[in-house]
Design a protein around this ligand. Structure first.
Ligand SMILES: O=C(O)CNC(=O)[C@H](CS)NC(=O)CCC(=O)C(=O)O
Length: 307
């Protein structure tokens, strides 16, 4: 197996990174989180709070957390057992955290109890505003039913959502998704056509599939939709059975990686904490510039794409 040490050579480019359009809109500093969540709900919460403090110090207006930020189980049964409604005590604490730090937050994958079936939760991505109010809810629509790196049947404990969601925020119009959704480009094309400027892909990618596919898929989504991509991630070893790829990133609409939190195998920070925060700027003037110079959205031929 090829294991990367994170070095990818130096990029050779002509320096073009999209042009700013002077009246193209405002910019916003945002933070992308990388976590190593476990079954310790209290510790996961404390780490989220620590990263919000860091984000505040670094003047972020919004922070993005990965899938399974609140709990990463060792079995599907555990995840079902801790699942709660969004107005339950656990998610309410996370809403209060957004309010305490006066920060918009994307909570990228909460085990939401399904009121009509106790044996199937929803994998739910929630946007909370700086007053701690839930403003948008997206339930993962593509479920990870695969046989590599091992057999996984997300649908055995998760019910698929049925809605594509775009949400307004200080960072622009957000297009919501979760993890395995990343492999379905039609979703992101639909999000762009509905007005998204920033695509969110909070994830818990497996180490092996991440090594093979994570960055090329994310950069392709940014380039083809001409959107920013913010992909919060789980990274490192959660338990004896699970190891996530890491590399939480923010990518601009020209496809350049602006910040990369590194591989999960790098281990804890010098102070023993495990979470990391990558900070970058989402600039509406860059979006406008890239879209003006190369108007791919106007060149689509949906009349010819029908199956
Ligand atoms: O299991 C949980 O607790 C929460 N859910 C997840 O972590 C999900 C479904 S099992 N993981 C992915 O979608 C990984 C996708 C991936 O790795 C790929 O597309 O290659």
């Amino acid at each position: 197996m090829r294991v990367s040490d994170g070095y990818r050579g130096e990029r050779v480019s002509d320096g073009y990174r999209g042009e700013r359009v002077s009246d193209g809109g405002s910019s916003c500093v945002v933070g992308v989180a990388q976590l190593t969540s476990t079954t310790d709900i209290e510790k996961n919460f404390q780490e989220a709070e620590r990263l919000l403090q860091v984000a505040k110090e670094r003047s972020c207006a919004m922070v993005f957390f990965p899938e399974t930020f609140a709990f990463l189980g060792e079995s599907f049964h555990q995840s079902l057992k801790i699942a709660e409604p969004l107005d339950g005590p656990l998610f309410t604490r996370y809403c209060d955290l957004a309010k305490k730090y006066s920060m918009w937050v994307s909570y990228g994958g909460f085990q939401e109890r399904n009121p009509s079936d106790p044996n199937k939760l929803f994998n739910t991505h929630v946007i909370v505003d700086s007053d701690g109010k839930i403003v948008s809810v997206y339930r993962k629509i593509h479920l990870f039913d695969v046989n590599y790196p091992q057999e996984f049947r997300e649908s055995s404990f998760t019910e698929a959502g049925g809605e594509v969601v775009v949400a307004e925020s200080p960072a622009g119009q957000l297009g919501l998704s979760v993890c395995y959704d990343l492999r379905f480009p039609e979703l992101y094309s639909a999000l762009r056509l509905r007005g998204a400027d920033v695509l969110l892909v909070p994830s818990a990618f497996t180490f092996r599939t991440g090594l093979a596919h994570w960055e090329p898929l994310l950069r392709a989504r940014a380039i083809e939709t001409q959107c920013y991509v913010i992909a919060a991630a789980q990274g490192g070893k959660h338990n004896d059975k699970r190891h996530s790829y890491g590399h939480a990133v923010i990518i601009n609409p020209w496809g350049e990686v602006l910040v990369d939190c590194g591989g999960g195998e790098l281990g804890p920070n010098s102070d023993g904490s495990v979470g990391r925060l990558g900070v970058a700027e989402v600039d509406a003037a860059i979006l406008a510039g890239v879209r003006m110079k190369m108007p791919v959205c106007e060149h689509r031929r949906p009349d010819l794409y029908k199956p």
